[in-house]
Every structure is written in structure tokens, then in C-alpha cells.
Write a new protein. Structure first.
Length: 442
């Protein structure tokens, strides 16, 4: 006989005067949050927001991630932020069930397995173009280099050799669009959304900037269709759609999805690259291991250690230190009755700092991932379940390839003392001094 589920009312409740402490769960050092006095589950009711069920019970977490029918990540984003306006409600993260499965199948192949191998040269070319611009023997904010690398790779991998008359316009349009997303006006719109119950007021400057990006992308798609230059010699993502069996969208929908992918991939990748540089500067033993691998000329050893560095950096500094879902109907999560409309928060960083999962959890030890790939249930930088990041494999391979190309030419100076602190950036964490490091010629 199944037991009667416990209700949210029976769980510890965070008093509103302590709501500020929630922030401590998603900053490095989360494991020492006073909220751990509640155990693994508690409830919060911030004024004006739906009830929040915060859990780091791993059985709960697994159920929430895999229960595609009763929970939605997109609806949560639409309720709390202006993401739906930026991405478009027809893009992957906002879809559920069969619609999501179909679209995911169409958009996955260019970001996985064999396809990744073919982007390697394009990625190295981006490093070769950017690296000479970075000063040596003096401090640089590597986060900025991370942004340049991230957009360079995206434009080149997603769109490839765009016809010259369009490539400058595409870059400018994308950069103007990113600028609008960062603008004060749009920030105000974003902040007001949760207070309006999830309604995002239209924000014309952003809509205009998005329309310009779409215009150039659609022009490129049209030109490729017209020239029958869909796939032949091209390695880019667009070429893997146009004229292939994946080509099942009209040009507007394809453009919107590619634009969404640019956005989802850009900042997350740039900040991760910044953290990798920060972690290497703060951990000379890891840098020395990479130096030794470069000097030995053993590429397999270098790649294996770099993969481990990337995984360990993403464990301790996940760009999104939490994720969540909203309940679409009354449901039960591992014996807890969760009413429709409840927000479930999964504190990823807190889970990554658990000593039961990662012994000596606060130490940066890439070795823990040398013989063992990150476990998809407990290493949650890319989320989990059907909405797990589409670009997870792409992003980790990209970080390895970019850093391999960088450290074959440059060393990163050690920085004694504590790791550069994290600052809140939107809902994520970014290095507070923009990943200040010093590069030396090898
Ligand atoms: C270090 C870089 C990145 C991080 C940390 C990251 C993180 C995430 C997270 C946390 C989610 C939500 C998962 C969930 O709540 O279960 C997500 C979804 C997504 N990401 Fe990423 N991401 C990164 C890079 C990328 C890249 C490179 C791409 C595209 C090539 C991408 C495309 C997407 C898409 C399309 C989704 C929605 C997937 C779906 O709903 O089915 N991301 N990402």
C-alpha cells in the first residue's frame, strides 16, 4: 500500500525575514549556509511569488528532472523572467512532451558526436585569430577574451563562411541584440515580469534588434537554398540543416532557433572559459600538470587532463548555480505532494559541494575526473533529464579544444591566495575581477 504523501505545509518553512539567505545557497561556500539547518527540503513563500519548494534530496532531484509531464522549465522561465520574449516560445526550452521530443531530435545532431570533430579546426582558427591580441607579461581580464572566443566560435561554427556582404552585418546585428539584452531598459522589463505574474511587457528596442538578426540569418538561409550550396563543402551547423532531412522548419522558425542557440551558448561559454583560466591561475599544481603534458608532447594525456580541469571547474563554478521547474498540475515528488503552480528549486552548486558526493568537495582536484566521467545524476552543471542542455557535449569539447590551443602557446602565471571571488551576474556566477590573470609566452 502506498503511503499518503506529506504536504509542503509539513516541511520546514523559511520565514520571510530570512529570504535573503537563499542567495547563500547559490554562491561558492553554499555548504555552510545556515539554511542547511532545515535538512534537505524546505519551503519558502516570497511575497508576490508562487510557493517555492527547495530540495537537494537526490531522489527528489532525480524525480523532478525526469518528470517531463508534470513539470516545466520553460513555464518557470516565462513566469519569473523575460526569457520567452528573447528566445521565442516555440524554442526548445519552452516545449514539452511530444513537441519537445520532435524538436530536440531535429536540433541535436549538429551539436553531438561526429559533428563535433568537424568543428575542431574552426575552433583552433578562432584561437589563432584572437590570441595575438592578448597582452603577455601583464595582467589581462581573461573573461573579455572568453567572450571574444565564444562569439568567434559560435559565428564560425553555426554559420560558417557567411557571404562577405552579410558577415559584417550579422556580427553587428548580433552584438546590437546582445547590447539590448544587457540594457537597463530591458533589465527593468525583466525585473517587473515576476511581479506581473509572468507577463513581460513588449520592449521595442529589443524586438527591433532581434528582427535585424533574423533578417540577416534569413537572407543567408535564402541564399544557400538558392545556390544549392547546402552541405557539400561546408562544416557549419546551418549547412547541416538547409536541404537535409533535418530541414523541417520554415526560415523564420529556423532563424529563431539558431538565434536562441547563439544566446544560450554565448554567455554561458564565455563565463566558463573565464572560470577555467581563474582556476588554473589559482591552482599551480593543475597548471604544472598541463605544462608537463604540453612539454611531453603527449596529446592524449593533455586532453584527458584538460577534460578533467573543465569538469572540475564546472563543478565548483557552474554558470547556473541552480535550476528549477514549475508544477503544471498537482503531483507527488518522492512522497511529497506538490500542488500545481509550485516552483521547485534545485540548488546545483550546493549539491556539487556535498561531501557525501564529492570527498573534500571544496578542493579543486581535476584528478577526481581523470578515470571517471562526471556522473549525470550528481554533476548538474547542464541540468538533467529531457531538457538537459543541448550544447553540453559541444561546450565541454569546445572548452578543451580552446584551452589546448591556448596553453600550447601560453602559460598562465600562478596567483597565490584565495580564488578570485564570484559575483552575481543575472542568475549566474561570474569572476568578480573578470578573470584577472597573466599570460607568459611558452
Ligand atoms: C558552459 C556552457 C553552458 C552551460 C553551463 C549551459 C547550461 C544549461 C542549463 C543549466 C540548461 C537548463 C537545463 C535544465 O534545467 O535541466 C541549458 C539548456 C539549454 N542549453 Fe545550455 N549551457 C551551456 C552551453 C550551451 C551551448 C554551447 C548550447 C548550444 C550549442 C546550449 C544550448 C542549450 C539549449 C538549446 C537548452 C535547452 C534544451 C532543452 O530545453 O531541451 N547551451 N543549458
Amino acid at each position: 500500500m502506498s503511503q499518503t504523501p506529506i504536504t509542503l505545509r509539513q516541511l520546514p518553512r523559511l520565514r520571510n525575514r530570512r529570504l535573503g539567505q537563499l542567495g547563500g545557497l547559490i554562491r561558492p561556500g553554499a555548504h555552510s549556509s545556515p539554511l542547511l539547518e532545515f535538512g534537505k527540503r524546505f519551503v519558502a513563500s516570497p511575497p508576490g511569488f508562487p510557493t517555492m519548494f527547495i530540495t537537494h534530496d537526490m531522489a527528489d532531484v532525480r524525480e523532478v528532472f525526469t518528470n517531463h509531464e508534470d513539470f516545466s522549465v520553460g513555464q518557470l522561465m516565462a513566469r519569473l523572467s523575460s526569457h520567452d520574449l528573447v528566445f521565442g516560445k516555440e524554442t526548445l526550452i519552452f516545449l514539452e512532451g511530444e513537441d519537445h521530443r520532435r524538436e530536440r531530435k531535429l536540433f541535436s545532431p549538429p551539436f553531438q558526436h561526429k559533428a563535433l570533430k568537424s568543428y575542431e579546426e574552426l575552433m583552433i582558427e578562432v584561437v589563432e585569430r584572437e590570441l595575438p591580441k592578448w597582452p603577455v607579461d601583464e595582467p589581462i581580464e581573461f573573461l573579455k577574451a572568453g567572450y571574444d572566443l565564444a562569439i568567434g566560435v559560435l559565428l564560425s561554427v553555426v554559420f560558417g563562411d557567411v557571404a562577405p556582404e552579410r558577415s559584417g552585418r550579422l556580427k553587428d546585428a548580433v552584438s546590437a541584440w546582445f547590447g539590448e539584452i544587457e540594457s537597463r531598459g530591458f533589465l527593468a522589463v525583466t525585473l517587473v515580469t515576476p511581479l506581473l505574474g509572468g507577463y513581460t511587457p513588449p520592449y521595442r528596442p529589443l524586438m527591433r534588434a532581434q528582427a535585424k538578426v533574423d533578417e540577416v540569418i534569413i537572407e543567408e538561409i535564402t541564399a544557400r537554398r538558392a545556390s544549392n550550396d547546402a552541405g557539400a563543402d561546408r562544416r557549419d551547423v546551418l549547412a547541416r540543416y538547409v536541404g537535409t532531412e533535418l530541414d523541417q522548419h520554415d526560415d523564420v522558425a529556423l532563424s529563431r532557433n539558431l538565434r536562441g542557440i547563439l544566446l544560450g551558448a554565448y554567455e554561458t561559454t564565455a563565463i566558463t572559459l573565464g572560470w577555467i583560466a581563474t582556476m588554473l591561475a589559482a591552482h599551480p599544481a593543475a597548471m604544472a600538470e598541463l605544462d608537463a603534458a604540453v612539454d611531453s608532447g603527449d596529446e592524449a594525456r593533455l586532453d584527458a587532463y584538460l577534460d578533467a580541469v573543465v569538469a572540475e571547474t564546472m563543478r565548483l563554478r557552474p554558470v547556473s548555480p541552480f535550476t528549477g521547474r514549475i508544477a503544471l498540475r498537482d503531483t507527488v515528488v518522492n512522497g511529497v505532494a506538490v500542488p500545481e503552480g509550485t516552483i521547485v528549486i534545485i540548488p546545483i552548486l550546493l549539491i556539487h559541494e556535498s561531501e557525501h558526493i564529492y570527498p573534500d568537495p571544496l578542493s579543486f582536484r581535476p584528478e577526481r575526473f581523470l578515470d571517471k566521467k562526471p556522473d549525470g545524476h550528481t554533476w548538474l552543471t547542464f541540468g538533467a533529464g529531457p531538457h538537459r542542455c543541448l550544447g553540453a557535449q559541444f561546450a565541454t569539447v569546445e572548452a578543451r579544444i580552446l584551452f589546448r590551443a591556448i596553453i600550447e602557446k601560453r602559460r598562465i602565471d600562478p596567483i597565490p591566495g584565495p580564488i578570485e571571488p564570484a559575483r552575481r551576474y543575472h542568475t549566474g556566477l561570474s569572476p568578480s575581477r573578470n578573470a584577472l590573470i597573466t599570460l607568459r609566452r611558452r
